[in-house]
Design a protein around this ligand. Structure first.
Ligand SMILES: Cc1cc2nc3c(=O)[nH]c(=O)nc-3n(C[C@H](O)[C@H](O)[C@H](O)COP(=O)(O)O)c2cc1C
Length: 207
């Protein structure tokens, strides 16, 4: 039973640097905490994530990767969280390799031979946010990530957004909130946080 004050949101940041994605994910954490909602942030740049080597005969059978890294801990947190926030930069209309490695390693969540052993993620809900300089490419990147959630993990994305950012931050990690490129970013993030919380309440009521 999810109550407001024990709803757990897990935020995952796909940027290899401290920058715009991290500033957004931190702002969302402030918003969730003001609502009394627990929010843990995972910075993938601080984690050891080995690249998927495609040895599916092992992971499909054992539901874990043969190569040791921090993914089992991240996947366990994904299973126990109610909702997710994923924020990623756009690198050429795709997420950066770091985030793509994370996506590939999540395959243990859906490729099991024995379907009864697969975790049920159908009641989870997610927000997807991408940042970058070129509007068309950031939208493509966002759509690719959302498609992965919906069609592979079967997780409903309740709100998705792409924000324009500057590449060179010159040490100002808060640039995305101060450069006036996204005039309503604070209101948009507040609205997205509400949408995630409201959708989780609906899921909870129905179950
Ligand atoms: C290798 C690389 C490729 C990039 N490709 C694009 C791109 O194709 N289009 C775009 O709009 N921005 C591109 N960018 C800019 C980043 O999306 C932008 O700097 C973003 O703010 C980075 O997010 P971060 O500050 O959270 O790391 C690229 C940056 C890098 C380092």
């Amino acid at each position: 039973m999810i109550r407001d004050n024990n709803m757990k949101i897990l935020s995952i940041c796909g940027s290899p640097r401290k920058g715009n994605s991290e500033a957004i994910i931190s702002r969302l954490k402030e918003i969730f905490e003001q609502k009394g909602i627990e929010n843990e942030i995972i910075l993938l740049r601080e984690k050891n994530i080995q690249r998927c080597r495609g040895c599916v005969e092992y992971c499909n059978k054992n539901l874990k990767c043969l190569h040791k890294d921090d993914m089992p801990e991240i996947i366990q947190k994904m299973i126990t969280a109610d909702g997710y926030v994923f924020v990623s930069p756009n690198y050429f209309a795709m997420p950066p390799g770091l985030f793509k490695d994370f996506i590939d390693k999540c395959s243990v969540l859906y490729t099991a031979y024995d379907f009864t052993k697969k975790p049920d993620l159908s009641k989870k809900r997610a927000l997807v946010i991408t940042v970058g300089t070129d509007k068309e490419f950031i939208d493509n990147c966002r759509d690719n990530i959302s498609k992965w959630f919906l069609e592979t993990l079967r997780i409903k994305v309740v709100a998705e957004k792409s924000f324009c950012s500057r590449s060179e931050l010159k040490g100002n990690y808060n640039d995305i909130f101060e450069n006036k490129v996204n005039s309503n970013i604070d209101e948009e993030l507040e609205k997205m946080a509400d949408e995630l919380c409201d959708s989780l309440k609906i899921v909870n009521k129905a179950s």
